[in-house]
Design a protein around this ligand. Sequence first.
Ligand SMILES: O=C(O)CCC(=O)C(=O)O
Length: 244
Amino acid sequence: MLNCDNICANYGDDICKACLEAAEKEKNEDTMKDLFEYKGYYQDFLDSINVDLKNHFELADKISLNISEDMLVHYFNKQAESYKKKHYQPRPFHPASDMLQAVCLQEMGYCEQNTKERSIGLAEIDNVGLKRLIGNDNFKKLGLDPATCAVRMLEYTPGTGIPLHTDSFGLFKNKYGDDNRLVTRYFIAVSSWDWGHMLQVHDNVITHWSVGDAYEIPEGIFHLSSNFGIANKYTLTVTGFVDE
Ligand SMILES: O=C(O)CCC(=O)C(=O)O
């Protein structure tokens, strides 16, 4: 910037104007730089929806299901009809708030390599196959009706995971109806817990699970899940209407 004290004092108003313009230009350049370097976009989003991650969220009691790791992992690897391979990214069919979360996460460095996931269950034949392997008794324990549940099985390989997010259950609601019924999701451990496997539901960090342990992730609750260990992590997610 031109130095006002030295120049304007000697040369009057014209120089002052040039000086002000130079200062304004410098400010705009700083603002542009800040926009690209600012790291608080996700926190601003949380503030805008009044979510305080420092508050305590009381997790519902764990439900223990009786499932077979071997049968489910065998089905996943050998018998599944179709896999979906995806990673965490903004998608045009997601509600605006999900898009914003995903954009903020991308900006922080989450990308295809560290969020890639392989899953089954979107194809009806695999949804039915997974429900058969889970069995009606386990659905009863969860308080969910298998006829109106969406089941997916997920594989996270070492070095991958799904960052802090909420789910809007769009695919589920498209299929089973979007009325006033409360929708919820369970995370069910399929593979035994291993180093680096972690689920966090708001401020509850969950590790050391046993096969069949089910944790509820209610709609709108922020959560994440990661595998920074050395063995694949397999889980089921079961989404359904509460009290059906
Ligand atoms: O199963 C997992 O590890 C993650 C599940 C999850 O984050 C979700 O279903 O939204």
